[in-house]
Design a protein around this ligand. Structure first.
Ligand SMILES: Cc1cc2nc3c(=O)[nH]c(=O)nc-3n(C[C@H](O)[C@H](O)[C@H](O)COP(=O)(O)OP(=O)(O)OC[C@H]3O[C@@H](n4cnc5c(N)ncnc54)[C@H](O)[C@@H]3O)c2cc1C
Length: 285
């Protein structure tokens, strides 16, 4: 797909780069002024920030509400898998909140996006098990592309696991075959955790274990698989969702319920997390 097409004819995706995210905002802005049918998609692969497609759906619904075009609008959410999020309490809470929205998104499971006809504004979905195809018209579509590790790892490398991600032990982050290799970040084939929050929390574990291996010792520090996903539910409210590698909800801050929307969580995401992410970028090698 031509990346320059984003922003035109209702085509959006925040997954490529900041420019396509801005272009997506322009397409959403055009859409919300009149309303219509919006298709929101979810890829069938492991994903960076798996909460982002859900946040986009919440925010689109909120923009329509603000613009007063809800009665002229419909939102359909197409998930390639059988769930909208891998942590069940979070998935259930999101579905519950969606039902309370002025435009409640209708969820379609096992519908994988396989093509878009930009001129006709039609998307083609496939049922992954039967191969049956469905064509859906749209006025706005948000695309979440399937995601894979970089070719060096993905293409039959001995470093990869069966899904093509770096084959590391989820606790020590040491490669399962090659003890002198450790994995950090989205490349890791761990059950969850393609987030910057995971990178930040796991870096000290990798550094510690790597130094031990360099000194002829065994890795002894364990990563719990921490992931954080601030879930925006409307302008001014969010849930500070945090969980570990087993999919159990955790909380860093006292008195914060991970499934309770609040202005506080919105404020954290909007004002405080960006400087925190920028701090992560200041690394030393
Ligand atoms: C829309 C969206 C929203 C997100 N929201 C959040 C959030 O709210 N909170 C959060 O914690 N995380 C969030 N994330 C996830 C976060 O951005 C990633 O988890 C994080 O960037 C992972 O860092 P990384 O260095 O492992 O991978 P990346 O940031 O993907 O960096 C990998 C780099 O390697 C480069 N590269 C690839 N192949 C090669 C090669 N062969 N040779 C050289 N270089 C190569 C790539 O170009 C890239 O620059 C979000 C992600 C997206 C897409």
């Amino acid at each position: 797909m031509d990346i320059l097409a984003f922003g035109q004819k209702g085509l959006g995706s925040v997954y490529h780069n900041p420019e396509t995210a801005m272009a997506t905002w322009h397409a959403m802005d055009t859409f919300r002024q009149k309303g219509g049918r919006a298709l929101m998609t979810l890829a069938g692969t492991d994903m960076k920030c798996a909460g982002a497609p859900l946040k986009m759906t919440f925010m689109l619904a909120d923009r329509i509400r603000q613009a007063g075009t809800a009665s002229a609008s419909q939102i359909d959410f197409f998930a390639a898998k059988t769930a909208i999020f891998s942590v069940k309490p979070v998935a259930d809470k999101v579905l519950e909140l969606w039902q309370s929205l002025e435009v409640a998104p209708k969820v379609h499971y096992q519908r994988e996006l396989i093509g878009v006809d930009m001129d006709k504004q039609t998307a083609i979905f496939r049922q992954p098990e039967t191969g049956e195809q469905f064509s859906e018209d749209y006025d706005f579509i948000h695309i979440v592309p399937p995601m894979f590790a970089t070719d060096v790892i993905f293409n039959n490398s001995e470093l990869a696991n069966e899904k093509g991600w770096l084959n590391v032990n989820a606790e020590t982050l040491q490669h399962t075959k090659y003890p002198n290799i450790f994995g950090l970040g989205d490349i890791n084939g761990t059950p969850r955790g393609k987030t910057a929050a995971t990178v930040k929390k796991s870096t000290p574990v990798v550094v510690h274990n790597l130094i031990r291996v360099m000194n002829g010792q065994t890795p002894d520090m364990v990563f719990d698989g921490y992931t954080s996903c601030p879930m925006l539910v409307r302008e001014g409210e969010a849930m500070l969702v945090e969980f570990n590698g087993k999919g159990e909800l955790t909380t860093t801050l006292p008195l914060v319920d991970p499934l309770q929307p609040s202005y506080f969580a919105w404020y954290l995401e909007d004002v405080m997390l960006k400087p925190a992410y920028m701090t992560v970028l200041r690394g030393r090698a």
